[in-house]
Design a protein around this ligand. Structure first.
Ligand SMILES: [Zn+2]
Length: 307
């Protein structure tokens, strides 16, 4: 995890950066024809967030949380623009998926807002995009020292495995991008999700840790301005070396296993004809098409009773 440089180095960097900006801004802003970027933005991994009070509508702290969310996205957007992006689509991917106030977003960003959506956190992606970015992501359920770790639904899901691999949301969603041939080039969130991104997507994905957790509900935060500077620079870097990161693909057929928290939830899931019970609280099904499997998974989670 990177921390701010010394004041002296910082001051020198400003002088150098201002000089370079004057010289190179025209080149930086040159649009690269057809560079379309898709951003999926969750909330638990946003700069400053450590508690669900900051991610839940109706609480006193939520207004601050949703503003931080927009600011992290705007940093990513500015990095994409500097890399020459011609179109950036942002999919609000947390809870109600109506967290980002459109007025808070960069005026040129296209926002997908609201829920439910067939592809949920990945709604809007298709083969016309060249790169996918995950902002504000979090580690999978059961991760130690990870802010608000969970997988899709904290009250339903203990684990999701695809062909034996226990995947966080970043892996399940990267496979949707991979389905369309689009690589995930950058992931931001806490240090734990950054580690999981590297393990799943490989060394070429750029990761930006904006906090390091002490348990599930506390973290040492990178100062907010620095966190956004890192996100912006990381996106520009990742898009500048586009072609290195490969689309994340899982081989067909897809065996999905859903491990619930309690057996009553598996009792409900087992009612679907294509589903098999494979344990007291675990069900499994197979799909030839990844998107079909993903949508079945979403439906199984949606119909599960609260534990
Ligand atoms: Zn979320």
């Amino acid at each position: 995890m990177k921390w701010p440089k010394t004041f002296v180095m910082f001051s020198a960097a400003i002088v150098i950066t201002v000089g370079l900006c004057v010289l190179c801004s025209a080149a930086q802003q040159a649009a690269r024809p057809g560079l379309k970027v898709f951003i999926s933005v969750d909330m638990e991994g946003i700069s400053g967030i450590v508690h669900s009070d900051q991610t839940t509508s109706g609480t006193a702290e939520y207004a601050a949380g949703r503003k931080w969310m927009a600011q992290d996205v705007n940093a990513a957007f500015e990095g994409a623009l500097e890399a020459g992006a011609t179109e950036v689509v942002v999919n609000d991917s947390h809870g109600s998926m109506r967290n980002i106030d459109p007025d808070d977003l960069h005026p040129r960003a296209i926002l997908i807002s609201g829920s439910p959506k067939p592809l949920s956190m990945m709604q809007g992606i298709d083969a016309s995009f060249q790169a996918c970015i995950f902002i504000g992501y979090h580690a999978k359920a059961g991760t130690e020292d990870a802010i608000l770790d969970h997988t899709i639904s904290g009250s339903v899901v203990r684990a999701v495995r695809v062909n034996g691999a226990d995947l966080p949301e970043l892996g399940l969603n990267a496979a949707i991008a991979g389905y369309y041939g689009v690589p995930v080039v950058l992931v931001s969130g806490d240090a734990a999700v950054c580690r999981q991104a590297g393990e799943i997507l490989g060394k070429d994905v750029v990761t930006i840790a904006v906090k390091e957790a002490y348990g599930r509900l506390a973290a040492k935060l990178v100062p907010m301005g620095e966190a956004r500077r890192l996100i912006k620079a990381g996106v520009k870097d990742a898009l500048g070396k586009l072609g290195r990161a490969k689309p994340f693909k899982i081989a067909s057929p897809y065996k999905f296993e859903l491990e619930y928290h309690v057996s009553a939830q598996a009792d409900m899931g087992e009612m679907l004809p294509q589903v098999k019970r494979v344990g007291a609280r675990t069900i499994a099904f197979t799909a030839d098409d990844y998107l079909e499997g993903f949508r079945t998974l979403r439906a199984l989670i949606a119909i599960a009773p609260a534990r």
